[in-house]
Write a protein that binds this ligand. Structure first.
Ligand code: AHG
Ligand code: MN
Ligand code: MN
Length: 333
């Protein structure tokens, strides 16, 4: 049956008139997705699980597959011939392909393995990507290219490595999903124009951090847990600990995923998730599906990053759920 369904490469060919060489970038990301899916499938048999012993720019222990997948992403994007700057969770500094800077058109930010705490337990992980056009020309402009806001994205999405491997993307014309058919080695369209329900019944958050949330967020989660069948409460809790898996479920079934700001000993609030390759691409996707993404105070897509690895709080999901969470966060409820 699948053989007659639409393959990603065909889909991109039909889109190419409108999206141009962006099709080449997406096609190469699909190649990386296939390579990473294959490696994940056999990682426990070939010694690819566990740590490298290094710590990344985020101060987090690096896993072997983080490094391996980062290398794959760099190589496939380089081979596209149209990417001049890359920003990755696993690279301290943006990678500028100087020889492509005069001609290269795209800046790609990515998280090669998202949810890597799930790797050693055969849990779901993903690869998140975010594509922008270059702003300037030449190597002098390359640093500025890496800190453009989410609203400058021309495409974003993720590859999710679960029971099946799925590529979900938007290029600003809706959200489309493709499922890898391993028997033919092709991503085949499985959903198109995905719309997130206006309201859901699931919340997804690491509740172990409740003591360091702002009071409004604690009150919001208490509200969702309270029993009131007339208003659809209590909600159900689901938390994979892999943003790709938690956002994918939220995209399809609605509800809300949160990684709220946490108040430190110095009184300052900081988020965990990274703007350029976690929050912004997911915000682009969910907005394309009719949902919302916010820090609690402002739209994720409107943030002008101060640095390539900036972290932000995030509330993302169904329009009505995120609006209500914002109201609690602002103390208006
Ligand atoms: P990464 O594996 O790329 O560092 O990302 C992990 C992120 C995200 O996937 C997930 O939503 C969140 O961190 C989980 O964090 P906690 O373990 O603190 O809940
Ligand atoms: Mn991540
Ligand atoms: Mn990661």
């Amino acid at each position: 049956m699948n053989e007659i369904a639409l393959r990603l490469s065909q889909h991109l060919r039909t889109e190419a008139a409108e999206i141009g060489e962006l099709a080449a970038v997406l096609d190469q990301i699909a190649v990386a997705g296939k390579l990473i899916a294959r490696e994940l499938g056999r990682a426990s048999l070939i010694g690819q699980l566990g740590l490298t012993g290094d710590v990344n720019v985020q101060g987090e222990a690096v896993k072997k597959l983080d490094v391996w997948a980062n290398d794959v992403m760099v190589r496939v994007l380089d081979a596209s011939g149209v990417v001049c700057t890359m920003v990755s969770e696993e690279m301290d500094e943006p990678l500028h392909l100087a020889e492509r800077c005069p001609a290269g058109q795209y800046v790609v930010c990515f998280d090669p393995v998202d949810g890597s705490s799930n790797l050693d337990v055969n849990g779901i992980v993903g690869t998140i990507f975010s594509v922008r056009r270059r702003r300037g020309r030449g190597i002098d402009h390359a640093a500025a290219d890496a800190v453009q806001p989410g609203s400058a994205q021309v495409a974003a999405g993720y590859v999710m490595y679960g029971p099946s491997t799925m590529l979900v993307y938007t290029a600003g014309k809706g959200v489309h999903a493709f499922t890898l058919d391993p028997t033919i080695g092709e991503f085949v369209r499985s959903r198109q124009h995905i719309q997130t329900p206006g309201r859901g019944h699931i919340y997804s958050v690491n509740e172990a951090h409740a003591p360091v949330w702002a009071p409004g967020i604690r009150e919001y989660i208490d509200y969702l847990r309270a029993r009131d069948p007339a208003s659809g409460r209590p909600y159900t809790a689901r938390y994979v600990g892999s943003m790709v898996a938690d956002v994918h479920r939220t995209l399809l079934e609605g509800g809300i995923f949160l990684y709220p700001g946490e108040v430190g000993a110095d009184g300052k609030t900081s988020g965990k998730l990274r703007l350029q390759y976690e929050a912004a691409p997911m915000a682009f996707l969910i907005e394309q599906a009719g949902g919302k993404a916010s820090t609690g105070r402002e739209r994720i897509q409107d943030i002008h990053p101060a640095s390539a690895h900036q972290r932000v709080p995030i509330l993302i999901g169904s329009r009505d759920d995120v609006t209500m969470a914002e109201e609690f966060a602002a103390g208006r409820r």
